[in-house]
Design a protein around this ligand. Structure first.
Ligand code: ZN
Length: 524
């Protein structure tokens, strides 16, 4: 018996029973499930749709279109919807369509769009979410599925509707990513887990390969699945399934007692995001360590793979701006012609206005006496970024920042971005103008100081596009980017496991060892 199938790259394959055929079955089953889940998106869309760009198109789809998929088609075929007065049609940009019975109704672009959407949503013509319209029509024809004559006519007469560059999955992605300020309250698909797994270009493949890898300890992989599915036994989950009287964070309570501070009436809820953040008093040290574990090795990796002229000055230890400015490696790269007199004062003179107009921190707001200039200057020089890279040849300085935020929502990058940029803005601006005011050796061009933010989600989400862009700036060859990103995603998952083990030890009273040993097997 010979099987023939289309693989996930759209290539036609055939062969007798083999591993490949079995894989194709598995992939097909998963794909069918995916289609079914994504089909549930539409009614929800109705409640969250917005009126901008490509999303406008999709907001026109009301759930009734999903329900009465082919009704519209029937109507148009009966020639009732399509016929209009020709003068009106010219105004509305209508075009003529020849139907099977030989009649030639005018159809406006709006009607044509509606019909195509109805076609998109009909399961009869195969999966629609991950294919563009044209690919879907081609696939249907390939499988001997009769595509309505009307649809092929619409596609012929309205070529601009025939080849949207985006599949539905892309549209959902756009919808999902375009509104961080107005996130949907409910899962976009059927569950938050599926939402998470379907977010494109976020290194999910690494997650899949870790969960499947039989060489990694079973317990590690089980914990990972618990985190992804939101069933890891945090206080919140245990409370939800009735195993715990309250969802409040027990670790925070213990920390208050240990520090002899009064326990507040309302403790934070112990969610996964809470125990992975420094907000949880019991986990603060561990979370800080986790940040360093993820960042230090990434920085090493960047240095190893970047071109030699990019110098990572903080590779061995973080340093404050004050230390950095007088650091010999930094000075050497500047290639100054004259001796530096008092760089700290010169830079501060440039930075003063911007730094002093920054918003005060919560701590500063509680101070009673007015803040002196010295206070702001100290604050300015004390700030320490996660890394500094300098490239004297191309006259570029990079302030590197690393964050390991909760990535259950897809705005995990943008949420922290502005705050991080704001923190170093005064330094970046002051250093730029200071460097460009100094006479340097013969090289042409102006100095450029830029901040680069690296974000690796707690569950290993890394924005593939942003990551590649960052690495290109640091002169890492494009060919090495994928391997570095995958290593980083694995590192994040290993770190997650270490943090969870620590949490468990702290909660159930085993001796907690703040081990920095990563979960064996994941990073190798
Ligand atoms: Zn807590």
């Amino acid at each position: 018996m010979v099987y023939s199938w289309t693989d996930k790259h759209g290539k036609q394959r055939c062969g007798t029973w083999s591993r490949g055929v079995r894989q194709a079955f598995k992939w097909g089953a998963a794909h069918a499930y995916l289609q079914k889940s994504l089909g549930r998106v539409l009614p929800k869309w109705k409640s969250t749709s917005t009126e901008n760009g490509s999303v406008q198109l999709t907001s026109a789809i009301r759930s009734k279109h999903a329900e009465h998929t082919l009704q519209c088609l029937e109507k148009l075929r009966n020639n009732r919807l399509g016929v209009m007065e020709s003068s009106q049609n010219c105004r509305r940009g209508a075009r003529q369509i020849r139907l099977e019975d030989g009649s030639q109704p005018f159809v406006t672009i709006q009607t044509a769009t509606k019909e195509l959407l109805a076609f998109d949503l009909s399961p009869k013509f195969g999966p629609f979410m991950s294919r563009t319209r044209q690919e879907r029509i081609a696939r249907a024809l390939n499988f001997d599925i009769q595509v309505p004559h009307l649809i092929t006519e619409i596609v012929r007469v309205f070529p601009e509707l025939a080849t949207p560059n985006e599949s539905w999955l892309d549209l959902i992605d756009a919808r999902h990513h375009n509104s961080p300020e107005n996130p949907p309250a409910r899962a976009i698909t059927s569950t938050f887990t599926l939402d998470f797994l379907l977010r494109p270009k976020e290194s999910r493949a690494v997650l899949g390969s870790v969960i499947r890898d039989k060489n990694i300890r079973h317990q590690t992989r089980r914990r990972l699945i618990q985190v992804i599915t939101g069933t890891f036994p945090t206080g919140k989950w245990l409370h939800k399934i009735g195993k715990h009287p309250t969802a409040a964070c027990e670790l925070c309570r213990k920390a208050y007692i240990a520090q002899h501070r009064p326990v507040p009436e309302f403790l934070p809820i112990q969610s996964m995001a809470h125990i992975q953040s420094a907000e949880c008093l019991g986990m603060t040290d561990m979370v800080t360590k986790a940040h360093h574990m993820c960042w230090e090795e990434l920085q090493q990796d960047l240095m190893k793979n970047s071109q030699a002229r990019m110098k990572f000055i903080t590779i061995h230890q973080e340093m404050s701006f004050k230390t950095l400015i007088s650091h010999e490696d930094f000075i050497r790269e500047l290639k100054l012609e004259t001796e530096l007199h008092d760089p700290l004062e010169e830079i501060w003179n440039v930075a003063r206005d911007q730094e002093m107009s920054r918003e005060l921190t919560e701590e500063e707001k509680t101070l009673t006496q007015p803040l002196s200039e010295q206070h702001f200057e100290d604050r300015f020089w004390r700030r320490r970024p996660d890394g500094i890279a300098i490239n004297g040849k191309d006259k570029a300085v990079f302030v590197l920042e690393f964050t390991r935020p909760d990535d259950s929502r897809d705005d995990f990058i943008t949420r922290t971005e502005e705050r991080k940029n704001e923190r170093y803005r005064s330094f970046v601006n002051a250093l730029t103008s200071w460097l460009n005011c100094r006479p340097t050796s013969e090289e042409e061009g102006a100095w450029k100081v830029e901040q680069i933010n690296f974000t690796t989600g707690v569950r290993g989400s890394i924005d593939e596009v942003a990551f590649s862009k960052n690495l290109a700036k640091l002169l890492v060859p494009a060919i090495k980017v994928k391997a570095i990103r995958e290593r980083q995603a694995r590192r994040a998952l290993a770190t997650l496991d270490t943090v969870l083990k620590f949490y468990r030890a702290l909660t159930y009273g085993h001796a907690p060892s703040q081990s920095t040993v990563l979960a064996p097997g994941i990073v190798g």
